[in-house]
Design a protein around this ligand. Structure first.
Ligand code: TRP
Length: 329
């Protein structure tokens, strides 16, 4: 079975954007691949952050993933910092990573411009990502468009390391991107991609009242000013959300009732809210159960880290030997 590795930043509660864009895909892939999924907390310290918040966000992300259907009996799910080999391999990969390539990364250029003094971790971020993937000698990496460049650099680090230290052999297989037709979910402002940092999200674990409090004022077709104005569904983000959460018949009805002004935006949002809740209710119920038994989550993550470490230790034994470090007994 080909092996998949993917990581998600501990941004706290999953929102419907990450859920539709990445996590549903993870859940689908666990049926057919040997999947290793990781909450990448070491990646989350490249800017200013609060230690207490990091801990909480890592925990919430793990609960969210489990509640959304990531099945620990099928996959290896763990927290990156629980497997110290990630940091170790990252350091060793610095030996074959050109600074010029790191400085060229679009994400680095964007983010570094916001710092007065740029933390080294921001530059080295893609080296850690290469370590994540190659530590498990993964074949495929499901990534969004924005991570393709980083994966390309992982492939380069892989080739360079094999050439330098592989001893004539490609010890690390070159990982390939697994690009799925990513669902791009716009935020409730209807302006930018749904993102925690922009505050335009709906969390998958938010209670129905809170979801409604956010949906009610959410942006619709700007041309629909009065209730009787006919609308253009294609210009409305609520219509796009119906496409993700409502059955096709309902989507057709929504379009018709918008164009004819048979429904006002509030009625349309009510229907969306009901359909959204129908999909989120079982996830909320699972999350509530997990939160009531935190010890099971601790145990699941412990087992995941143990399984990951068994693979990671073996890789590091090979890597240390090939790189010429004196063996310990
Ligand atoms: N950089 C990725 C992101 O921000 C997260 C990530 C870290 C990752 N390590 C990874 C993704 C390894 C895939 C494989 O989305």
């Amino acid at each position: 079975m080909p092996r998949i590795f993917s990581g998600i930043q501990p941004s706290g509660e999953l929102h419907i954007g990450n859920w539709l864009g990445a996590v549903q895909n993870w859940v689908r892939l666990q049926q057919t691949y040997d999947c290793i999924y990781c909450v990448v907390d070491l990646h989350a310290i490249t800017g200013k952050y609060e230690p207490a918040a990091l801990q909480r966000r890592t925990w919430e992300m793990a609960v969210g993933l489990l509640a959304a259907g990531v099945d620990p009996n099928r996959v290896t799910l763990f927290v990156q910092s629980h497997v110290p080999e990630h940091a170790e391999l990252q350091w060793l990969f610095n030996a074959v990573t050109p600074i010029g390539e790191l400085e060229r990364m679009t994400q680095f250029k964007d983010k570094s411009s916001r710092f007065e003094s740029v933390p080294a971790g921001l530059l080295n971020y893609p080296v850690l990502m290469a370590a994540d993937i190659l530590l498990y000698r993964a074949d495929l990496v499901p990534v969004g468009e924005d991570q393709v460049q980083h994966l390309e650099l992982t492939r380069e680090i892989c080739r360079k390391w094999n050439a330098e230290f592989g001893g004539g052999e490609d010890y690390f297989p070159e990982p390939k991107p697994l690009l799925t037709q990513a669902k791009r979910v716009m935020g409730l402002d209807g302006q930018s991609k749904m993102s925690k940092s922009l505050g335009n999200t709906i969390g998958i674990l938010e209670p129905p009242e809170e979801v409604w409090a956010k949906l009610r004022p959410a942006k619709t077709d700007p041309a629909r000013v009065r209730r009787q104005d006919p609308g253009t569904p294609e210009n409305c983000n609520i219509y796009a959300l119906h496409g993700f959460f409502s059955p096709p018949e309902t989507v057709a009805t929504v379009a018709h009732n918008c164009r004819t002004a048979a429904w006002g935006c509030i009625e349309c949002k009510k229907v969306l809210s009901d359909n959204l809740n129908a999909q989120l209710d079982p996830i909320r119920a699972r999350a509530a159960e997990l939160s009531a038994h935190p010890e099971t989550v601790v145990e699941l993550l412990g087992d995941g880290a143990e399984r990951a470490r068994r693979i990671a230790r073996e890789t590091m034994r090979e890597v240390r030997e090939r790189m010429g470090f004196l063996a310990r007994d």
